[in-house]
Design a protein. Structure first.
Length: 108
Protein backbone atom coordinates (compact mmCIF):
# COMPACT_ATOMS: atom_id res chain seq x y z
CA UNK A 1 0.00 0.00 0.00
CA UNK A 2 1.44 3.37 -1.00
CA UNK A 3 1.76 6.06 1.65
CA UNK A 4 0.85 9.64 0.73
CA UNK A 5 3.73 12.00 1.53
CA UNK A 6 1.83 14.92 3.03
CA UNK A 7 4.46 17.56 2.33
CA UNK A 8 4.69 16.73 -1.39
CA UNK A 9 1.12 16.70 -2.70
CA UNK A 10 1.26 17.24 -6.48
CA UNK A 11 -0.89 19.80 -8.26
CA UNK A 12 -1.97 18.57 -11.69
CA UNK A 13 -3.41 20.30 -14.73
CA UNK A 14 -0.80 23.00 -14.46
CA UNK A 15 -0.36 23.15 -18.22
CA UNK A 16 -3.83 24.70 -18.51
CA UNK A 17 -2.85 27.30 -15.91
CA UNK A 18 0.83 27.67 -16.78
CA UNK A 19 0.70 31.42 -17.35
CA UNK A 20 -0.54 31.94 -13.79
CA UNK A 21 1.76 29.26 -12.37
CA UNK A 22 4.79 31.03 -13.84
CA UNK A 23 3.90 34.20 -11.93
CA UNK A 24 3.90 32.44 -8.56
CA UNK A 25 6.79 33.02 -6.17
CA UNK A 26 8.94 30.09 -5.03
CA UNK A 27 6.72 29.64 -1.96
CA UNK A 28 3.15 30.79 -1.42
CA UNK A 29 -0.10 29.97 0.37
CA UNK A 30 -2.78 28.05 -1.49
CA UNK A 31 -6.52 27.75 -0.87
CA UNK A 32 -8.27 24.43 -1.55
CA UNK A 33 -11.69 24.73 -3.18
CA UNK A 34 -13.95 21.73 -3.83
CA UNK A 35 -15.54 21.76 -7.28
CA UNK A 36 -18.36 19.18 -7.05
CA UNK A 37 -19.73 20.17 -10.46
CA UNK A 38 -16.50 19.46 -12.34
CA UNK A 39 -17.28 17.61 -15.55
CA UNK A 40 -13.86 15.90 -15.54
CA UNK A 41 -13.53 14.57 -12.01
CA UNK A 42 -16.27 14.32 -9.42
CA UNK A 43 -13.79 14.84 -6.57
CA UNK A 44 -12.05 17.87 -8.06
CA UNK A 45 -10.27 20.16 -5.61
CA UNK A 46 -9.00 23.36 -7.19
CA UNK A 47 -5.80 24.99 -5.97
CA UNK A 48 -6.08 28.77 -5.80
CA UNK A 49 -2.85 30.72 -5.36
CA UNK A 50 -2.25 34.46 -5.52
CA UNK A 51 -5.78 35.10 -6.72
CA UNK A 52 -5.92 32.57 -9.56
CA UNK A 53 -6.35 28.87 -10.23
CA UNK A 54 -3.05 27.03 -10.39
CA UNK A 55 -4.40 23.52 -11.01
CA UNK A 56 -5.98 20.69 -9.03
CA UNK A 57 -4.98 18.40 -6.18
CA UNK A 58 -3.88 15.11 -7.75
CA UNK A 59 -6.96 12.87 -8.20
CA UNK A 60 -5.57 9.98 -6.15
CA UNK A 61 -5.32 12.34 -3.14
CA UNK A 62 -8.43 14.42 -3.84
CA UNK A 63 -10.74 11.41 -3.82
CA UNK A 64 -9.85 10.67 -0.19
CA UNK A 65 -10.24 14.22 1.15
CA UNK A 66 -12.89 15.77 -1.10
CA UNK A 67 -15.78 15.57 1.39
CA UNK A 68 -13.64 17.09 4.14
CA UNK A 69 -12.62 20.00 1.93
CA UNK A 70 -16.17 20.54 0.68
CA UNK A 71 -17.70 20.50 4.16
CA UNK A 72 -15.05 22.61 5.88
CA UNK A 73 -16.57 25.63 7.65
CA UNK A 74 -13.58 27.79 6.74
CA UNK A 75 -11.42 27.77 3.61
CA UNK A 76 -8.52 25.34 3.93
CA UNK A 77 -5.15 26.87 3.21
CA UNK A 78 -1.73 25.28 3.01
CA UNK A 79 1.81 26.16 1.98
CA UNK A 80 2.75 25.58 -1.62
CA UNK A 81 5.99 25.74 -3.53
CA UNK A 82 7.27 25.57 -7.04
CA UNK A 83 8.47 22.06 -7.83
CA UNK A 84 12.14 21.41 -8.40
CA UNK A 85 13.51 20.97 -11.89
CA UNK A 86 13.82 17.21 -11.32
CA UNK A 87 10.16 17.00 -10.18
CA UNK A 88 9.10 18.75 -13.34
CA UNK A 89 11.34 16.64 -15.57
CA UNK A 90 10.18 13.31 -14.15
CA UNK A 91 6.46 14.00 -13.66
CA UNK A 92 5.57 17.31 -15.27
CA UNK A 93 4.46 18.63 -11.87
CA UNK A 94 4.97 22.38 -11.49
CA UNK A 95 3.67 22.84 -7.92
CA UNK A 96 3.73 20.82 -4.70
CA UNK A 97 1.54 21.42 -1.64
CA UNK A 98 2.20 20.70 2.03
CA UNK A 99 -0.83 19.19 3.82
CA UNK A 100 0.97 18.37 7.11
CA UNK A 101 -0.82 21.14 9.07
CA UNK A 102 -4.28 20.59 7.55
CA UNK A 103 -7.00 18.95 9.65
CA UNK A 104 -7.54 16.20 7.07
CA UNK A 105 -7.64 12.44 7.22
CA UNK A 106 -5.48 11.96 4.14
CA UNK A 107 -5.56 8.57 2.44
CA UNK A 108 -2.81 6.11 3.33
Amino acid sequence: MAVTVLNRIPVVGGVAYIEHVRTLPATFNAVLSAEPDSRYFRHAIAVIANGGKAGYVAPEVAAGIFEQVRSSAAPLTCPGRRASHSDHETSGVEILLDFTALPLNAPA
